[in-house]
Design a protein around this ligand. Structure first.
Ligand SMILES: [Fe+2]
Length: 262
């Protein structure tokens, strides 16, 4: 497991984190920039979730407040975790409708980009969608499958998560919108995924997705779109582990990016 130079902040007996003035200021900068960046680009389900969450803009919101909204909407809860957790714990949490959130916020130096998921990414990127039943149920199913999967199978499952929960688009009748948390928490990726002519955008096919390699440290060269979020229900009807095995037997597509030089 890769080491992080960040550490999660402790929670007090009431489940609250003592965020500093500096962290409140960083949150304010991140959220005000991103709220204007996603305008007209985020899907309406995300925006509805965001409005339910009513995240504060002048200070870092507390997990306890977000949990009240998630509990009412879909029964999900946020689970405070260390900066990095292993896959066994990650899948087990999702399977029990608990979304892991590391309680650290990026520093000013990392304001524009941070490879590891910080509090802003988890809260602003993912929580709004967790109020949406199709998305929340799909995330839970992913956890349930991951718990039982082998290490090799998990790698294929992870690509489905990456290209939906993290980097998913919606496209229908020529209209594009964004729902992936990796996109919606990043100004650069929001503009790129929505507007750029450079990346490839493909209609989501599960086996195709599972065969598509990705890099976590670049703007994505390929995105997969659903025609609506209801398609996440259709995905749940599929035998996704059979799709994993089909993808494994067909093998990976050649990457559409340059390999990272170690
Ligand atoms: Fe994420």
């Amino acid at each position: 497991m890769k080491l992080s130079h960040y550490e999660s902040k402790p929670l007090n007996a009431l489940g609250k984190v003592a965020w500093s003035r500096e962290e409140d200021d960083i949150w304010q900068r991140l959220i005000s920039r991103q709220l204007s960046c996603i305008e007209g680009k985020a899907c309406h389900e995300y925006l509805e979730g965001l409005s339910m969450l009513n995240l504060s803009e002048d200070h870092v919101p507390q997990l306890t407040d977000i949990n009240k909204v998630l509990d009412k909407a879909t029964g999900w809860q946020l689970e405070p975790v260390p900066a990095l957790i292993d896959f066994d714990r990650f899948f087990a949490l999702l399977a029990s409708k608990r979304f892991p959130v590391a309680t650290f916020l990026r520093s000013v130096a990392d304001l524009d980009y941070l490879q590891e998921p910080d509090y802003f990414h988890e809260i602003f990127g993912h929580c709004a969608m967790l109020t949406h039943k199709a998305f929340a149920d799909f995330t839970q199913l992913y956890g349930q499958l991951g718990v039982k999967a082998t290490k090799a199978e998990r790698v294929y499952l992870a690509r489905l998560y990456w290209f939906t929960v993290e980097f998913g688009l919606i496209e229908s009748s020529g209209h594009r919108s964004l729902y992936g948390g990796g996109i919606l928490s990043s100004p650069a990726e929001t503009d790129y995924a929505y507007s750029s002519h450079v990346p490839l955008r493909k209609k989501l096919d599960v086996v195709d997705v599972m065969r598509t390699p990705y890099r976590i440290d670049i703007l994505q060269p390929v995105y997969f779109y659903l025609e609506s979020l209801d398609a996440l229900y259709e995905l749940q009807q599929l035998d996704l582990m059979a799709c994993v095995h089909r993808a494994m037997s067909l093998g990976l597509h050649p990457p559409c990016y340059r390999e990272k030089i170690a």
